[in-house]
Design a protein around this ligand. Structure first.
Ligand code: ATP
Length: 369
């Protein structure tokens, strides 16, 4: 059953269309991540669901009820922001309890009991008498979560809640948030610009660009079957490699690369108007070896020159340029395991299995295979 329905949702600020015609259904209990670059309309979408912005057009339903004109307090939602929004003069206990005080039907004792339960769930019971200023960022964020979950809302809305935390704490809080969401089984819409956060946390991910919904799907579908070049480039780190080319004699010919077409790739190129395509290959789908290891070249192999090698310990990211001396632009990034070491300037041979190759329409960016 869907808990939230967005039906052709649009928001315009003056001339600017922040959100355009977004249709999306979010299932009961689902963790849906709204992801996209800065300014793509994520927060505006979330704020419309919360009731903090009124849609210019389209409709919002929660549990089948029309929400467009309902005030935030009557939507049975709780929102958590990047900025925590805690009251500085109140203790942690008072801040968490505040989440319940607007709700009818609780006695003072019941509220106190709930505060302790929630504080235990979040591991903040030791700080109940402290003020927010005396807590770390991670602890403050837990308090903000406590204030949200104490009300047992039917929907959680979270806007970059981990953005102010350092990298290690962010990773830890990601896991905690997922556990909490699964335990509470609350439908959650989570906004982030961080694709790693989206991939690791979301049951499904909705990718926005320029106010428009690009694709909705589970993380693996977005990674393996991106609907267009934008999604392909946005999901995955380092980003998918793209090379523009056109069809010529059973091959795709780009500036420095010729790639033979098998049946699958050929029928994808057939779908374009004039054979102009963009070839996409993930850095982790490319094999690389030294050019001096004695083996012969196959049809899908290219000689390239190493420009930069970034070591990460467990893996290396190698940036390659065409082998020809004249070419100075970098065209491919390759991820290898940490044991493959080469020097800048060395020649290598790279191979990409045709099954790992994506083809995008050169005009529209739409994925063809
Ligand atoms: P970020 O990740 O940077 O927060 P976002 O994807 O959440 O970005 P929004 O905050 O939804 O993007 O903004 C979408 C567009 O709408 C932006 O171009 C922004 O400048 C514009 N916008 C948002 N709020 C307003 C407002 N109150 N008045 C005018 N324009 C606005």
């Amino acid at each position: 059953m869907e808990r939230i329905q967005l039906d052709r949702l649009t928001k315009q600020f003056g001339e600017e269309i922040a959100v355009e015609d977004v249709t999306l259904e979010i299932e009961d209990g689902e963790f849906l991540v709204l992801v996209g670059p800065s300014g793509c309309g994520k927060s505006t979408t979330l704020r419309m669901i919360a009731g903090l912005e009124t849609p210019t057009a389209g409709n919002i339903y929660i549990d089948g009820d029309h929400m467009n004109y309902r005030v935030p307090q009557n939507r049975d939602i709780a929102m958590v922001f990047q900025s925590y929004a805690l009251y500085p003069h109140m203790t942690v206990r008072e801040n968490v309890r505040f989440g319940l005080e607007e709700e009818a039907g609780y006695t003072a004792d019941e509220m106190d009991e709930r505060v302790v339960e929630v504080a235990e769930d979040l591991g903040i019971e030791a700080y109940l008498e402290r003020k927010p200023a005396d807590l770390s960022g991670g602890q403050q964020q837990r308090v903000a979560l406590g204030r949200a979950i104490i009300r047992e809302p039917s929907v959680f809305l979270m806007d970059e809640p981990l953005a102010n935390l350092d990298a290690k704490l962010r990773t830890q809080m990601r896991t905690e948030l997922q556990r909490l969401q699964a335990d509470l089984d609350v439908t959650t819409v989570y906004v982030t610009h961080n694709q790693v956060e989206a991939m690791t946390m979301g049951d499904r991910i909705a990718v926005l660009n320029d106010g428009q919904l690009q694709q909705v799907g589970d993380p693996m579908t977005l990674y393996h079957e991106p609907a267009n070049q934008f999604v392909a480039g946005f999901i995955g780190e380092p980003s998918m490699n793209f090379v523009s080319g056109h069809r010529s004699n059973g091959k795709i010919v780009g500036d420095h690369i010729e790639y033979p077409l098998d049946d699958r790739l050929a029928s994808a190129v057939d779908e374009t108007d004039g054979g102009e395509v963009v070839v996409g290959i993930r850095p982790e789908a490319i094999d690389i070896r030294r050019a001096d290891d004695g083996s012969t070249s196959g049809p899908h192999e290219f000689r390239m020159t190493v420009r930069v090698i970034e070591t990460h310990g467990d893996r290396n990211v190698i940036t390659l340029a065409p082998a020809s001396e004249s070419a100075d632009h970098e065209v491919l990034q390759v991820v290898t395991d940490g044991t493959f070491i080469v020097d800048a300037g060395e020649t290598v041979v790279v191979t990409a299995d045709p099954d790992a190759v994506h083809i995008f329409d050169g005009m529209t960016g739409e994925a063809l295979c």
